[in-house]
Design a protein around this ligand. Structure first.
Ligand code: CS2
Length: 493
């Protein structure tokens, strides 16, 4: 974006306005120890900031090499700035702004797969972390198994020296380390997936076994895939954000990130040879079992985020803060949590009631403009992680689930591609075309449309469409959405 301000660079950073924190360590001495796949706003506002905090107290070999798996945009914005960028809190009270230096370089995998593999295979790389979003794992969401028919997986099996998927890159890089007699790196999955460490371990082993059983066994014996729970609300950066940060800094930063103050990172403490940054110094929780934290976060936060995204969007709310400012949706949200919480064993010492109230405060933060449309993306990949496990548990216990069923119905309504005013929705989802086609072919009745959507076994498995109680609950909710609209349906659920 054009700006009258001088550009943010290592040379100009010190000119940033008073009150903006700068890296407090010598970046020239920082060695890369982490390769991060998927250098989006979330990682730059979360993982890269935990590292930044550690570097502020103890310069260590934990600089980050970022990798973009698809587009060059991030690199094109960050490289001219020496990879410095601004992280700015979005809080009503005393928001802090800092310039972050923990990212040392950015590689673009489609342009230079060899450079990416070389960075991952380098002896000094101890950790390969990932935020590539749910769909970046090339898995079948209902089973968590590798989708061997995925075009990227087929590509990577045919071109093992130039992979383009995250799974293909990890397997190839581990193969190089094995051939070079090096220890593997630790693979740290930071996406919102269930049992994310074990899941990714399974995918990488499955992929490796398709071409090299020996490698699959070596990975099984030597590598580590700790589970993690990551949490911070980081909406996509807008051009208005870029302009606001420039005005605040007095420098033009092409790639700022804006985030809430809250952050949480729970990490399973299982690293190859124990090599890891001292994340606890920055407030991360290193634990033996991440599962309770992960269940809480995915099933309380992400599930309610998705429910609010679909209902809020259909009801005409642009952001999550707008949606929860609507008393009808806020009341629905509390009833939704009341369905979810009894199915979630809380982590030690945590009250789920307090957790839910804290979530509501975070959602209501008026300075965070987190668009319902952004969260609504990729529902086919998100529902199986966020909503369906809780639904299965309630069905197993014979419990009613009107609020959960309404969330699924709202997703189906959204995937149909037209909102309540008859305006087309820009549905972004790997299955968008297939879903739309199936819904169009099903005709107009709620029962037929719900059956068509639930028929996607990759999302719902075979059990849910066969459960008459579940199908009826979703059909009723869908019918209420059509007849009365999202707000009234939420009120009634
Ligand atoms: C959101 C998440 O976009 C989404 O689907 O639910 O990105 C959410 O903001 C984060 O998981 C919060 O930690």
């Amino acid at each position: 974006m054009p700006s009258s301000f001088p550009h943010l660079t290592p040379a100009t950073a010190a000119r940033a306005s008073i009150g903006v924190a700068l890296p407090r360590y010598d970046r020239a001495r920082l060695r890369p120890g982490i390769v991060h796949l998927g250098l989006g706003a979330f990682f730059r506002a979360h993982g890269a900031l935990y590292i930044e905090d550690i570097l502020g107290t103890d310069p260590a070999p934990w600089g980050i090499v970022g990798v973009s798996l698809q587009r060059p945009d991030q690199r094109d914005r960050l490289a001219p700035q020496g990879c410095l960028y601004t992280a700015r809190e979005r809080e009503p009270e005393a928001p802090q702004t800092r310039i972050v230096g923990s990212v040392l370089g950015v590689l673009v995998a489609p342009e230079a797969p060899q450079a990416v593999l070389a960075a991952m295979a380098a002896e000094e790389t101890r950790i390969v972390s990932l935020t590539v979003t749910e769909k970046g794992y090339c898995l079948a969401p209902a089973t968590g198994r590798l989708d061997a028919a995925h075009p990227d997986i087929r590509h990577d099996l045919a071109h093992p020296a130039a992979p383009r998927s995250a799974v293909g890159l990890i397997a190839a890089a581990l193969g190089r380390r094995r051939a070079a007699g090096l220890a593997p790196f630790t693979v740290l999955c930071c996406d919102n997936l269930m049992g994310n460490g074990a899941l990714l371990a399974g995918l990488v082993r499955e992929f490796a076994a398709l071409s090299d059983d020996g490698l699959a066994q070596w990975i099984e014996r030597n590598a580590a895939f700790p589970a993690t729970m990551v949490d911070r609300i980081v909406p996509a950066t807008t051009s208005a954000d870029v302009a606001a940060v420039a005005a605040e800094l007095g420098l033009h930063d092409a790639a700022p990130v804006l985030h809430e103050r809250f952050r949480q990172w729970v990490i399973e403490d299982r690293f190859v040879d124990g090599h890891r940054p001292p994340w606890e110094r920055a407030g991360a929780e290193l634990v033996g079992d991440v599962a309770p934290y992960e269940h809480m976060k995915l099933r309380m936060l992400n599930a309610s985020h998705s429910a609010l995204a679909y209902l809020g969007y259909l009801g005409g709310h642009e952001t999550i803060a707008d949606a929860v400012a609507d008393p009808t949706l806020a009341a629905y949200l509390r009833r939704l949590w009341a369905e979810i919480a009894p199915m979630v064993p809380p982590p030690p010492g945590v009250s789920l009631a307090a957790y839910a109230e804290a979530l509501l405060r975070r959602y209501a933060n008026p300075t965070i403009r987190h668009r319902t449309w952004q969260i609504a993306m990729d529902g086919s990949q998100k529902l199986p992680v966020r909503l369906l496990p809780t639904i299965r548990e309630r069905l197993r216990q014979g419990l009613p689930l009107p609020c959960l069923a309404l969330a699924v119905a709202a997703w189906i309504r959204y995937a149909g591609g037209t909102d309540e005013r008859g305006v087309a929705i820009d549905v972004r989802d790997p299955l968008a075309g297939a879903l739309r086609g199936a819904l169009d072919a099903a005709g107009a009745t709620p029962a037929a449309r719900v059956a068509a959507a639930l028929g996607f076994a990759a999302i719902f498995g075979a059990d849910l469409p066969a459960d008459a109680g579940f199908v009826a609950a979703v059909t009723d909710a869908y019918d209420a959405l059509l007849r009365h609209g999202a707000r009234a349906a939420a009120h009634a659920a």
